[in-house]
Design a protein. Structure first.
Lengths: 605, 81
């Protein structure tokens, strides 16, 4: 479904607020929404936030059910374990506190050491509260940092004096950030930024504060809701993966085929040229943190490539994981890009200055996100930001290396054609795998894969980091992760299997693999490890289920291919499979050498 | 007052999500289903933006019906010009 224009960039806060009832009705027509339970613990009125947050979550394909704390009772309800909150069992706790909820500000001219102590006491209060939520509810926390008061009795000294309120709030914000850095299920909703972006005098409206105790104005609420929805989207792995870019008048000014390299508008000495270079720098920043880049341009390939030899180009040819420059229709090229990168069309964002190209892509490929970037390059980055397509959950090591894997993939496929048989090719890759039970250091990556993998995923069951940790600690679980490396590089952690043992049988709850290692025998290596683990535990039978989704057709025959017997077909097209574990046998994956698992190394040390 | 009425009615229709909602000067909150404290915030906000006026803190609380609201909007608009 194409989202109503009110909720797309540029979002008109007024229209969203006024037409919210109609928007809600429209959005509820969607099917296949992901249910999520959200508790809003408020230090001020939260009804308005709930109402608008619901819209932006529905727009992301998420169907929220809400719990709202009693007015202002954010702290008490957690610390004294409110029965309603505990029985609600939230997946996410959103803590809507603002500067109004600071327990105590420093007194005028209070000495620095005492101010520091006061800040530590406030941090301790919040930390005890967060700990209670993590331990008692197991939920992911989304916590507002602090906005700034609209009024400044001390004027500029509010920031400059250590006893000033601005000064104090910024200290607390630094403390919150430090906490976020060491707690994986704790995310900051940066309202300091949101209030600045909205403008403090728009963000806080005294009338709404005195009339309804709303610490954020209706207009500010729209910005807040959009931002919180983006964070929640990232928790559930709904973040986009690849930015597909047009070239002429998108990455540089002018048409390279007509104007020639030397006449492109790019870089110094020209305001528009600076803007194009600025957009390229923004795009490079996305790439640096793991967003894949692709080119989709109507151009001769030679001309298109030549553009990246411009002296002021920021992006280089090898920044792109796919490069389509030809005269075919763009929807066709975009399909090919998705296929080459092994990602779904719904992981793509397409940026083109030409409204006709945007329209045809939006019409023919409704899964692809096509922001209305307009034709003014100085607004392109803004459009991408506001839509928060690439909001990262936490940046993990594997994200940073992702573009390198794909570059390695290009080499691998060129290499492939030089071999007589596929087996020879696999052997030449010198693959090694590290496979073993889940380790704490990998929990975030495992949860990320569980929430993002759509294609090679037998059951498409989603779990949060907290849930994965519970599963990993359950003695009745068999958990396996797999990392795969080859001579071209480390592919990182790419496969996850979770089984539940009942007596002498294990039921496979999750089996998934990143498509970047498709057809590399990795699934067979995971199977070998699973069989080994079953033998070690005296488990005689492996039960598998394939639950069809819109995207996982590629694994319909996964269990059949591994030699499972098909037991029966269940409702909604699911198929049930069984495998009798033979008492002895040798591994099947012939081309992957097993490396020792770090836990085994530790145990032997 | 007459030229304001259709615009005000359109605001009401959006806020209460009812394309056939009809209002008259005598309409009060009890005549419109769904007119509660949350929709009232939404309604006042939408009216301010539609007519480009800003109500003072006390003014909103004193309104009894749609007619009084129209009168207030008119008064505000004439002040602004």
């Amino acid at each position: 479904m194409q989202l109503p224009k009110e909720l797309r960039f540029p979002v008109a806060a007024e229209a969203v607020l006024r037409k919210r009832a109609w928007l809600r009705r429209e959005l509820l027509n969607q099917t296949g929404l992901l249910p999520v339970r959200i508790a809003i613990l408020g230090g001020s009125t939260t009804q308005e936030i709930r109402s608008i947050l619901e819209l932006f979550l529905l727009a992301q394909g998420i169907q929220p059910s809400f719990y709202e704390s009693a007015y202002g009772a954010w702290y008490e309800e957690a610390m004294f374990e409110s029965a309603e909150l505990w029985s609600f069992k939230p997946d996410i706790v959103f803590v809507h506190t603002t500067w109004h909820n600071v327990a105590r500000f420093p007194d005028l001219l209070q000495p620095e050491a005492e101010v520091e102590q006061l800040a530590r006491a406030e941090m301790a209060r919040f930390e005890a509260f967060w700990k209670k939520i993590h331990e008692g509810l197991g939920a992911v926390i989304i916590q507002n940092n602090f906005d700034l008061p609209r009024l400044r009795p001390l004027g500029n000294l509010e920031a400059a004096e250590s006893s000033g309120r601005v000064n104090f709030l910024l200290r607390l914000n630094a403390g919150f950030a430090k906490y976020a850095a060491t707690h994986s299920r704790f995310l900051i909703d940066d309202i300091l930024y949101l209030s600045a972006q909205t403008g403090l005098s728009q963000w806080f409206d005294t009338r709404y504060w005195f009339s309804y105790h709303m610490a954020v104005s209706p207009v500010g609420t729209v910005a807040l809701a959009q931002n919180v929805a983006a964070i929640i989207k990232s928790v559930y792995g709904k973040t986009k993966k690849c930015l597909v870019l047009d070239l002429d008048n998108t990455l540089w000014g002018g048409v390279i085929g007509d104007d020639g390299l030397q006449n492109l508008v790019l870089g110094r000495d020209h305001p528009e040229g600076e803007a194009f270079a600025g957009f390229q720098r923004y795009v490079q920043g996305l790439r640096a943190r793991g967003v894949l880049l692709a080119v989709c341009s109507k151009n001769d390939l030679e001309n298109a490539r030549e553009g990246f030899s411009h002296p002021d180009t920021v992006l280089k040819l090898d920044d792109f994981s796919a490069f389509k420059a030809n005269w075919n229709p763009k929807p066709q090229n975009i399909r090919e890009i998705a296929a080459e990168l092994n990602i779904g069309l719904d992981s793509l964002v397409f940026v083109d200055d030409n409204p006709a190209e945007r329209a045809i892509v939006a019409a023919q490929l409704p899964e692809v996100a096509v922001p209305e970037v307009g034709s003014d390059v100085s607004l392109f980055a803004e459009a991408l930001e506001r839509e928060a397509y690439f909001e990262p959950f936490k940046i993990v090591r594997d994200d940073l290396d992702r573009a390198a894997y794909y570059a390695g993939n290009m080499q691998r496929s060129q290499y492939e054609s030089a071999f007589g048989s596929y087996g020879e090719f696999l052997a030449s890759l010198e693959m090694t795998a590290e496979i073993g039970p889940f380790l704490p250091v990998y929990m975030e990556r495992i949860a990320q894969l569980i929430n993002k993998t759509n294609q090679f995923n037998l059951t498409t069951r989603r779990y949060t980091v907290a849930e994965v940790e519970v599963i990993a600690n359950d003695p009745a679980s068999i958990t396996l992760y797999g990392r795969l490396a080859d001579k071209f590089g480390d592919n990182g952690l790419v496969s996850v299997v979770i089984g539940k043992v009942h007596g002498q049988a294990v039921e496979i709850d999750v089996w998934l693999m990143s498509c970047r290692v498709l057809k590399r025998e990795m699934e067979t290596a995971m199977f070998d490890a699973l069989v080994e683990e079953c033998r070690a535990r005296g488990v005689r039978e492996i039960l598998g289920v394939y639950i069809p989704s819109r995207k996982n057709g590629m694994v319909a025959e996964h269990y059949g291919a591994l030699g499972f017997c098909r037991l029966e077909d269940g409702p909604d097209g699911r198929t049930l499979w069984s495998y009798r574990v033979p008492p002895v046998g040798s591994p099947r994956a012939a081309h992957i050498r097993r490396r020792e698992h770090p836990a085994a190394i530790l145990a032997n040390a | 007052m007459n030229e304001l009425m259709p615009r005000l009615e359109s605001v009401f229709r959006d806020v209460f999500d009812d394309p056939r909602l009809a209002i008259v000067p005598a309409t009060t909150a009890s005549d419109v289903s769904g007119w509660d404290s949350l929709t009232n915030i939404n309604l006042i906000f939408a009216i301010e933006r539609e007519f480009k006026v800003r109500f003072a803190l006390g003014e909103i609380q004193e309104l009894g019906n749609v007619g009084e609201m129209l009168a207030l909007i008119r008064k505000k608009q004439s002040h602004d010009v």
